[in-house]
Design a protein around this ligand. Structure first.
Ligand code: ZN
Length: 274
């Protein structure tokens, strides 16, 4: 099966299936490290304002990405992310928040969703898992940032539960696309992490990791999130995983682990078209 994330533009992978299946009602993607102005170690399309890059370069990069999908940067909404599981609904009054400064982003949120057209929801990543949500029939989109902490804290299920409870979305109408992140091939973790992964799952669930001995494990965050989404009621056929690994592909992506923390950030973004 072909990967749901395809390299349609120098600056980003797009979720072709999501755009095609909705007749381009939704635009969504995940940026690469190509096509920006930042210098080493942020070369070149660093989109994170919190990594000690030069702010005006980051804003220039964000503007380039915004223009590449025919939007203006002031339509974009960013969050100040904390590896938590809180999510919030974004309205027109939030337009532009966090787009040009860290402080103006929506505070303490790792998930955003909206029913408004023309707002681009954006979150920053370098190995953590970008999760994109859509219910076409309910005209709602969302995005979450799930590292191991956000994953075990259940941010993916929180998005689903919030939509079902507060937005009257039918759970089987929700489609989820899980984007480029560090994958099992490159993600070694210790017992402390695995204990919390186990706590987040039921006893009968298959384990999304491989034990290597010496209390070391290779963790598959994509599969963990898929299992948590299915437990929240999303049909398995509606959950689409990429095979792209950020750490295996540091020529294309920033990888926090592979580059020992000195690196830039990609953006995941999603928008209901005007
Ligand atoms: Zn890898």
């Amino acid at each position: 099966m072909s990967d749901p994330f395809t390299h349609g533009h120098e600056m980003y992978y797009k979720i072709k299936e999501l755009q095609d299946s909705t007749n381009n009602m939704v635009t969504a993607g995940f940026s690469t490290r190509y096509g920006g102005v930042s210098q080493k170690p942020f070369r070149s399309l660093n989109l994170g304002l919190h990594v000690k890059d030069i702010d005006h370069n980051v804003i220039d990069n964000r503007r380039r990405l915004a223009e590449s999908i025919d939007t203006q940067l002031d339509q974009w909404v960013f969050a100040d992310q904390v590896h938590g599981s809180d999510i919030c609904k974004v309205e027109q009054t939030d337009k532009g928040k966090g787009s040009k400064s860290l402080e103006s982003g929506i505070i303490g949120m790792d998930g955003l969703y909206t029913r408004e057209r023309g707002l681009v929801l954006a979150l920053a990543y370098a190995d953590c898992v970008p999760i994109f949500f859509l219910s076409e029939e309910s005209h709602i989109v969302g995005i979450a940032h799930a590292g191991w902490k956000g994953s075990v804290r259940g941010i993916a299920a929180r998005m689903v539960d919030t939509w079902v409870t507060n937005e009257e979305v039918a759970v089987d109408s929700i489609h989820v696309f899980v984007g480029p992140s560090i994958q099992e091939c490159c993600y070694e973790v210790d017992q402390r992490v695995i204990s919390q992964v186990d706590d987040s799952l039921d006893d009968e669930d298959p384990r999304p990791y491989t034990a290597k001995g010496n209390s070391k494990y290779q963790l598959n965050l994509q599969r963990l999130n898929k299992q948590l989404l299915m437990r929240a009621g999303v049909p398995e056929k509606n959950v689409h995983l990429t095979k792209l690994c950020t750490s295996c592909n540091v020529d294309r992506f920033f990888s926090h682990r592979k580059e020992n923390g000195a690196t830039g950030r990609m953006l995941g973004f999603i928008m209901l078209e005007q």
